[in-house]
Design a protein around this ligand. Structure first.
Ligand code: ZN
Length: 298
């Protein structure tokens, strides 16, 4: 996973409590308050082929899951992923693992295999199936042109649904919990479209889609050139510790996701689903106040 460092150019925050009398779910504005820039650090250490061989038995068991995955997408969304899945192989790689953490797999768009870290087979066998399902979701299409952590949220969300359909246990990755919450909210209002777009549109990019969906929304505080890029920037910080700025960035991501959801005039039931996946506490009560030089959350 990419490491990032953050340079904060200024924080603002702002606004408002009081400017709109509309209810939270009727508001047309998006409140962007953070002017921040993230710089990517170098990628993790390069990976290399591993000597580890998956046993024929395990390979056959994992291959068997392909049938259930295909059935799920046919049944739920009328999409046939079986031919694509037939070609999918597993590449086992080796990578130095730091500390107690373990590194999962990764998938590159357009490749005919998924990559799984050998340590999953040797040290964390309970994660084999979950890791396989997660990477397989990327492989069949849950991966954007500019890979984002929202794709990981979608992969987690879909992998859990597939596991439930097949009747097996899915062990979610703790480091993806924020991203899964985003995926749950987006899917609460537009799941059918998102799944079809990911799986059938060649160049689908989820942040561009969100940008397009929000193109006519009023940016009532700070103005940014691209809400999609801004969301990406904020999402990249979720789950990382940037001290006092972390809350602001989580708020910003949640604000954009909620604004996306509002565009679909969600029903009461959908609103409850969205609320159950908020990652900012008391989100709807958050107020923004304009101060000298910017905006603050109060
Ligand atoms: Zn992933």
């Amino acid at each position: 996973m990419k490491k990032i460092c953050v340079i904060l150019l200024g924080i603002l925050c702002l606004l408002a409590g009081g400017c709109s009398k509309k209810s939270f779910w009727e508001q047309k504005e998006v409140r962007l308050i953070i002017n921040a820039k993230l710089e990517e650090a170098k990628d993790d250490e390069p990976t290399k082929e591993s000597d580890y061989q998956i046993s024929q038995e395990l390979n056959a068991a994992l291959n068997d899951l392909k049938g259930g995955i295909s059935e799920f997408f046919k049944f739920e969304y009328d999409i046939d992923v079986s031919k694509k899945l037939e070609k999918m192989a597993i590449r086992v790689f080796s990578q130095k693992v730091s500390g107690d953490g373990f590194t999962g797999g990764y998938t590159e768009k357009g490749k005919s295999y998924i990559n799984i870290n050998e340590c999953i087979f040797t040290d964390y066998p309970e994660y084999i199936i979950s890791s396989y399902l997660h990477e397989t979701m990327h492989y069949i299409g849950f991966i954007s042109e500019n890979q984002t952590m929202i794709d990981d949220g979608m992969a987690e969300y879909m992998a859990a649904k597939v596991a439930s359909f097949i009747g097996i246990t899915y062990l979610p990755s703790e480091c993806y919990s924020y991203y899964t919450l985003i995926a749950e909210q987006l899917c609460a209002v537009n799941e059918e479209y998102l799944v079809k777009a990911y799986l059938t549109k060649k160049d689908f990019d989820v942040c561009e889609h969100i940008e397009e969906t929000l193109k006519n929304v009023n940016q009532s505080c700070l103005k940014v050139d691209s809400i999609g890029d801004h969301l990406n920037l904020m999402v990249e910080t979720l789950g990382k510790d940037y001290g006092n700025y972390s809350y602001g960035m989580a708020f910003e991501a949640q604000e954009i996701v909620a604004c996306y959801c509002r565009q679909f005039s969600p029903s009461k039931e959908q609103i409850e689903k969205i609320r159950s996946s908020y990652f900012v506490e008391d989100f709807e009560e958050v107020k923004i106040k304009e101060v000298e030089g910017g905006y603050i959350i109060i």
